[in-house]
Design a protein around this ligand. Structure first.
Ligand SMILES: *Cc1c(COP(=O)(O)O)cnc(C)c1O
Length: 359
């Protein structure tokens, strides 16, 4: 067996120890004689997994009892619709910040449901960045303010979250659990699992329970947060296996020192790559310095031809998934929580070597 360094943006690398544990338990989960995938979501074995996953998220994020932890389906993209469906009243505005591709998709979907105010727009700027609080033009009485904490494609990240009178709603898909966050500042946080939490299939929602009460009776039962809060995410069959994997990943985060430790390691890994980018003129970072993501490190080489060669040669050396998103090109090294530091060192060494040979 040979594992590669997987720089893919999502689905992304998982901790090897987690994969091994899942493998060990795959055919016979804890003496039940069946896989966790094959058993009832009302069984005592699955119930323990479900409760531990919720408890781990609560502990790691430091959530008060004002918040509910939900495991839904439909991805972060489903939340683009569910958020306005639940939170925007008749004729009310929702404020959105446009920071790039993912924010733009959230805005487009919200526009089918609610009146949207673009509070700040730097989605197409280069070098890439996210708005500053001082850029925001907020609507009085807005239902909420939506931000995308990390733009996975451009590699720009919010470092300081804005404050607003309206509840803050955040798409944290690509940097959830990568750093300590004061959850009390948010009304709702959502994330597709496949970047930092586990495999695709489960969507984490952390919501202030009062906010969930806003929903109108015209919203289908299945699409109300309230329904899932009342049923502890067991209104219908949840994505049991993905939740099981999320439980193992959150256990791994806890045993590795929680978010303070994750942030420290992530900071160090990212700094190594940004230092390599800044070491000369050969590489150019895609995001403006103050907004550089610690999760998705994006950069360019002097030409597209060199970029293609860089990606191909890196791949030959077992460094996969470095091609930038098809909409922007360039190089993207995604270095989520589970991405090993040795892989970052290997990429830094390769960058130096590549420049020597092709500079
Ligand atoms: C990947 C990603 C999404 C889309 O997630 P899905 O689960 O595929 O819907 C949305 N927002 C951000 C910031 C992402 O990185």
């Amino acid at each position: 067996m040979k594992r590669v360094y997987n720089f893919g943006a999502g689905p992304a690398v998982l901790p090897e120890s987690v994969l091994q544990e899942a493998q060990n338990e795959l055919l016979d989960y804890r003496g039940s004689g069946m896989s966790i995938m094959e058993m009832s979501h009302r069984s005592k074995e699955y119930d323990a997994v479900h409760e531990e996953a919720i408890a781990n998220i609560r502990e790691i994020m430091g959530l008060s009892s004002d918040y509910a932890v939900l495991f839904l389906t439909g991805g972060a993209s489903g939340q683009f619709a569910m958020v306005p469906m639940n939170l925007v009243g008749d004729g009310q505005f929702a404020d959105y910040t446009n920071s790039g591709s993912w924010a733009a998709k959230a805005i487009k979907e919200a526009g089918t449901i609610a009146r949207v105010n673009i509070a700040a727009d730097c989605g197409k700027e280069l070098p890439a960045r996210v708005p500053d609080e001082s850029d925001l033009k907020l609507t009085k009485g807005a239902a909420y303010l939506h931000i995308t904490t990390n733009e996975t494609i451009s590699g720009a990240q919010w470092k300081i979250f804005p404050s607003s009178e309206a509840p803050l709603v955040a798409d944290m898909s690509s940097d959830i659990l990568s750093r300590p966050v004061d959850a009390d500042r948010f009304g709702l946080i959502y994330a597709g699992a496949q970047k930092n939490l586990g495999p695709a299939g489960v969507t984490l929602v952390v919501i202030n329970k009062d906010l969930a009460e806003r929903v109108s009776d015209s919203v289908p039962i299945m699409f109300r947060y309230k329904t899932h809060i009342e049923n502890n995410s067991l209104y219908n069959t949840p994505p049991c296996f993905s939740i099981y994997m999320l439980m193992l990943v959150t256990r791994w985060i806890k045993s590795n020192g929680g978010l303070t430790s994750m942030a420290e390691i992530n900071e160090r890994k990212a700094r190594k790559l940004y230092d390599a980018i800044d070491a000369g003129e050969y590489f150019t970072g895609t995001a403006a310095r103050e907004y550089r993501s610690n999760m998705n490190v994006t950069f360019r080489l002097p030409s597209e031809e060199l970029e293609s060669r860089f990606i191909a040669e890196a791949s030959d050396r077992g460094m996969k998934g470095l091609k930038g998103h098809r909409s922007v090109g360039g190089i993207r090294a995604s270095i989520y929580n589970a991405f090993p530091e040795e892989g970052v060192d290997a990429l830094v060494a390769f960058m130096k070597e590549f420049e020597r040979e092709n500079g």
